[in-house]
Design a protein around this ligand. Structure first.
Ligand SMILES: Cc1cc2nc3c(=O)[nH]c(=O)nc-3n(C[C@H](O)[C@H](O)[C@H](O)COP(=O)(O)O)c2cc1C
Length: 209
Protein backbone atom coordinates (compact mmCIF):
# COMPACT_ATOMS: atom_id res chain seq x y z
CA UNK A 1 0.00 0.00 0.00
CA UNK A 2 1.25 3.50 -0.83
CA UNK A 3 1.48 5.79 2.17
CA UNK A 4 -1.27 8.41 2.15
CA UNK A 5 0.29 11.80 1.59
CA UNK A 6 -1.76 14.67 0.24
CA UNK A 7 -5.27 14.01 -1.03
CA UNK A 8 -6.24 13.92 -4.67
CA UNK A 9 -9.42 15.77 -5.62
CA UNK A 10 -11.85 14.07 -7.97
CA UNK A 11 -14.45 16.20 -9.69
CA UNK A 12 -17.34 14.33 -11.32
CA UNK A 13 -19.23 16.52 -13.77
CA UNK A 14 -22.45 15.88 -15.66
CA UNK A 15 -20.92 14.28 -18.75
CA UNK A 16 -21.84 10.78 -19.79
CA UNK A 17 -19.54 8.02 -18.52
CA UNK A 18 -19.82 7.85 -14.74
CA UNK A 19 -18.06 4.52 -15.03
CA UNK A 20 -14.82 6.49 -15.60
CA UNK A 21 -15.19 8.10 -12.16
CA UNK A 22 -16.21 4.83 -10.52
CA UNK A 23 -13.21 2.95 -11.90
CA UNK A 24 -10.76 5.76 -11.03
CA UNK A 25 -12.07 5.86 -7.48
CA UNK A 26 -11.93 2.08 -7.13
CA UNK A 27 -8.25 1.87 -8.05
CA UNK A 28 -7.28 4.90 -5.95
CA UNK A 29 -9.06 3.67 -2.82
CA UNK A 30 -7.66 0.18 -3.27
CA UNK A 31 -4.20 1.77 -3.44
CA UNK A 32 -4.95 3.63 -0.20
CA UNK A 33 -5.14 7.17 -1.57
CA UNK A 34 -7.07 9.91 0.20
CA UNK A 35 -9.75 11.31 -2.09
CA UNK A 36 -11.79 14.48 -1.80
CA UNK A 37 -14.72 14.06 -4.18
CA UNK A 38 -17.17 16.61 -5.49
CA UNK A 39 -19.93 15.71 -7.93
CA UNK A 40 -21.65 18.50 -9.83
CA UNK A 41 -25.40 19.08 -9.63
CA UNK A 42 -25.83 17.77 -13.19
CA UNK A 43 -24.02 14.52 -12.38
CA UNK A 44 -26.98 13.50 -10.21
CA UNK A 45 -29.11 13.51 -13.36
CA UNK A 46 -26.56 11.40 -15.20
CA UNK A 47 -26.63 8.80 -12.40
CA UNK A 48 -30.39 8.65 -12.96
CA UNK A 49 -30.04 8.37 -16.72
CA UNK A 50 -27.16 5.86 -16.84
CA UNK A 51 -27.92 3.72 -13.80
CA UNK A 52 -31.54 4.61 -12.91
CA UNK A 53 -30.33 5.37 -9.42
CA UNK A 54 -30.47 8.42 -7.18
CA UNK A 55 -27.12 9.55 -5.74
CA UNK A 56 -27.56 10.81 -2.17
CA UNK A 57 -26.46 14.39 -1.52
CA UNK A 58 -25.65 13.97 2.16
CA UNK A 59 -21.83 13.53 2.35
CA UNK A 60 -21.63 10.38 4.52
CA UNK A 61 -24.41 8.67 2.53
CA UNK A 62 -22.65 9.66 -0.68
CA UNK A 63 -19.38 8.16 0.57
CA UNK A 64 -21.16 4.84 1.15
CA UNK A 65 -22.83 5.14 -2.26
CA UNK A 66 -19.52 5.62 -4.12
CA UNK A 67 -17.83 2.84 -2.16
CA UNK A 68 -20.68 0.46 -2.97
CA UNK A 69 -20.43 1.29 -6.66
CA UNK A 70 -16.64 0.88 -6.62
CA UNK A 71 -16.81 -2.33 -4.65
CA UNK A 72 -14.29 -0.98 -2.14
CA UNK A 73 -15.85 -1.13 1.32
CA UNK A 74 -12.69 -0.19 3.15
CA UNK A 75 -9.34 1.25 2.15
CA UNK A 76 -8.11 4.71 1.38
CA UNK A 77 -10.00 7.71 2.65
CA UNK A 78 -12.99 9.17 0.87
CA UNK A 79 -14.55 12.53 1.69
CA UNK A 80 -17.50 13.73 -0.37
CA UNK A 81 -18.52 17.36 -0.61
CA UNK A 82 -21.85 18.94 -1.58
CA UNK A 83 -21.65 20.56 -5.01
CA UNK A 84 -22.56 24.00 -3.69
CA UNK A 85 -20.24 24.08 -0.68
CA UNK A 86 -17.77 26.69 -1.91
CA UNK A 87 -16.54 27.04 1.67
CA UNK A 88 -15.17 23.46 1.74
CA UNK A 89 -11.46 22.76 2.35
CA UNK A 90 -10.82 22.06 -1.36
CA UNK A 91 -12.05 25.56 -2.24
CA UNK A 92 -8.93 27.01 -0.62
CA UNK A 93 -5.39 27.10 -1.98
CA UNK A 94 -4.11 26.65 1.57
CA UNK A 95 -5.47 23.08 1.50
CA UNK A 96 -2.58 21.16 -0.05
CA UNK A 97 -3.40 18.47 -2.57
CA UNK A 98 -1.84 16.28 -5.25
CA UNK A 99 -4.04 18.13 -7.74
CA UNK A 100 -7.41 17.40 -9.26
CA UNK A 101 -8.86 14.99 -11.78
CA UNK A 102 -12.14 15.98 -13.45
CA UNK A 103 -13.59 12.71 -14.74
CA UNK A 104 -15.73 12.74 -16.81
CA UNK A 105 -15.54 16.42 -17.77
CA UNK A 106 -18.55 17.99 -19.48
CA UNK A 107 -18.17 20.73 -22.05
CA UNK A 108 -19.98 23.06 -19.69
CA UNK A 109 -17.40 22.45 -16.97
CA UNK A 110 -14.56 22.76 -19.50
CA UNK A 111 -15.98 26.11 -20.61
CA UNK A 112 -16.33 27.41 -17.08
CA UNK A 113 -12.83 26.29 -16.12
CA UNK A 114 -11.41 27.91 -19.25
CA UNK A 115 -13.18 31.15 -18.35
CA UNK A 116 -12.07 31.02 -14.71
CA UNK A 117 -15.61 30.78 -13.38
CA UNK A 118 -16.14 29.21 -9.99
CA UNK A 119 -19.89 28.89 -9.79
CA UNK A 120 -19.81 25.63 -7.79
CA UNK A 121 -17.33 23.71 -5.67
CA UNK A 122 -16.03 21.57 -8.53
CA UNK A 123 -15.18 24.64 -10.61
CA UNK A 124 -13.71 26.48 -7.64
CA UNK A 125 -11.50 23.53 -6.66
CA UNK A 126 -10.24 23.20 -10.24
CA UNK A 127 -9.60 26.92 -10.47
CA UNK A 128 -7.60 26.71 -7.24
CA UNK A 129 -5.39 23.93 -8.63
CA UNK A 130 -4.54 26.10 -11.63
CA UNK A 131 -3.84 29.23 -9.59
CA UNK A 132 -1.62 27.23 -7.22
CA UNK A 133 0.29 25.69 -10.11
CA UNK A 134 -0.88 22.19 -9.20
CA UNK A 135 -1.94 19.46 -11.59
CA UNK A 136 -5.35 19.68 -13.16
CA UNK A 137 -6.27 16.76 -15.41
CA UNK A 138 -9.54 16.78 -17.30
CA UNK A 139 -11.12 13.84 -19.10
CA UNK A 140 -13.52 15.44 -21.58
CA UNK A 141 -16.43 13.37 -22.89
CA UNK A 142 -18.30 14.74 -25.84
CA UNK A 143 -18.55 13.95 -29.52
CA UNK A 144 -18.27 15.65 -31.89
CA UNK A 145 -16.40 18.61 -30.42
CA UNK A 146 -17.51 22.04 -31.60
CA UNK A 147 -14.93 24.74 -32.27
CA UNK A 148 -15.96 26.32 -28.97
CA UNK A 149 -15.25 23.07 -27.11
CA UNK A 150 -11.86 22.78 -28.80
CA UNK A 151 -10.98 26.39 -28.01
CA UNK A 152 -11.94 25.92 -24.37
CA UNK A 153 -9.86 22.76 -24.09
CA UNK A 154 -6.97 24.61 -25.75
CA UNK A 155 -7.28 27.45 -23.23
CA UNK A 156 -7.19 24.93 -20.42
CA UNK A 157 -4.11 23.25 -21.87
CA UNK A 158 -2.46 26.67 -22.24
CA UNK A 159 -3.22 27.34 -18.57
CA UNK A 160 -1.39 24.15 -17.61
CA UNK A 161 -4.16 21.56 -17.47
CA UNK A 162 -3.61 18.14 -19.00
CA UNK A 163 -6.32 17.01 -21.39
CA UNK A 164 -6.85 13.24 -21.39
CA UNK A 165 -9.89 12.59 -23.58
CA UNK A 166 -12.06 9.58 -22.91
CA UNK A 167 -10.63 7.81 -25.97
CA UNK A 168 -9.41 4.26 -25.35
CA UNK A 169 -6.77 2.44 -27.35
CA UNK A 170 -7.18 -0.99 -28.88
CA UNK A 171 -3.63 -2.35 -28.91
CA UNK A 172 -4.09 -3.94 -25.49
CA UNK A 173 -6.84 -6.19 -26.87
CA UNK A 174 -9.70 -5.00 -24.66
CA UNK A 175 -12.35 -7.64 -23.98
CA UNK A 176 -14.66 -5.83 -21.60
CA UNK A 177 -16.04 -2.34 -21.12
CA UNK A 178 -13.85 -2.11 -18.02
CA UNK A 179 -10.75 -2.84 -20.15
CA UNK A 180 -11.63 0.16 -22.34
CA UNK A 181 -12.46 2.43 -19.40
CA UNK A 182 -9.40 1.41 -17.39
CA UNK A 183 -7.09 2.33 -20.24
CA UNK A 184 -8.35 5.93 -20.07
CA UNK A 185 -8.27 5.97 -16.26
CA UNK A 186 -4.68 4.71 -16.27
CA UNK A 187 -3.58 7.41 -18.74
CA UNK A 188 -5.32 10.08 -16.64
CA UNK A 189 -3.64 8.89 -13.43
CA UNK A 190 -0.30 8.65 -15.25
CA UNK A 191 -0.41 12.45 -15.37
CA UNK A 192 -0.09 12.45 -11.56
CA UNK A 193 2.56 9.73 -11.73
CA UNK A 194 0.06 7.41 -10.01
CA UNK A 195 0.35 3.85 -11.25
CA UNK A 196 -2.39 1.84 -9.54
CA UNK A 197 -4.60 0.71 -12.43
CA UNK A 198 -4.26 -2.88 -13.51
CA UNK A 199 -3.89 -2.42 -17.27
CA UNK A 200 -1.77 -3.92 -19.96
CA UNK A 201 0.81 -1.37 -21.07
CA UNK A 202 2.39 -1.24 -24.48
CA UNK A 203 5.14 -3.78 -25.02
CA UNK A 204 7.24 -3.20 -28.08
CA UNK A 205 7.70 -6.93 -28.68
CA UNK A 206 3.95 -7.29 -29.29
CA UNK A 207 4.29 -5.25 -32.46
CA UNK A 208 6.77 -7.65 -33.99
CA UNK A 209 5.38 -9.58 -36.94
C1 LIG B 1 -27.68 11.73 -19.42
C2 LIG B 1 -26.88 12.95 -19.75
C3 LIG B 1 -25.68 12.80 -20.42
C4 LIG B 1 -24.92 13.91 -20.74
N1 LIG B 1 -23.72 13.72 -21.38
C5 LIG B 1 -22.93 14.78 -21.63
C6 LIG B 1 -21.64 14.57 -22.21
O1 LIG B 1 -21.22 13.45 -22.49
N2 LIG B 1 -20.86 15.66 -22.40
C7 LIG B 1 -21.27 16.92 -22.07
O2 LIG B 1 -20.49 17.85 -22.27
N3 LIG B 1 -22.49 17.13 -21.52
C8 LIG B 1 -23.33 16.11 -21.28
N4 LIG B 1 -24.55 16.31 -20.71
C9 LIG B 1 -25.00 17.67 -20.45
C10 LIG B 1 -24.48 18.21 -19.13
O3 LIG B 1 -24.92 17.42 -18.05
C11 LIG B 1 -24.96 19.66 -18.96
O4 LIG B 1 -24.32 20.50 -19.90
C12 LIG B 1 -24.72 20.17 -17.58
O5 LIG B 1 -25.12 21.53 -17.50
C13 LIG B 1 -23.28 20.07 -17.17
O6 LIG B 1 -23.11 20.63 -15.89
P1 LIG B 1 -21.75 20.43 -15.10
O7 LIG B 1 -20.67 20.68 -16.07
O8 LIG B 1 -21.81 21.47 -14.02
O9 LIG B 1 -21.76 19.07 -14.54
C14 LIG B 1 -25.35 15.21 -20.37
C15 LIG B 1 -26.56 15.35 -19.68
C16 LIG B 1 -27.30 14.23 -19.36
C17 LIG B 1 -28.60 14.40 -18.61
Amino acid sequence: MSPITRPLIIGVSGASGLIYAVRALKFLLEADYAIELVASKASYMVWQAEHTIRMPAEPSLQETFWREHCGVERGGKLTCHPWGDVGANIASGSFRTLGMLVIPCSMSTAAKLAAGLSSDLLERAADVQLKEGRKLVVVPRETPFSLIHLKNLTSLAEAGARIVPAIPAWYHHPKTIEDLVDFVVARALDQFDIDCVKVERWKETEAEL
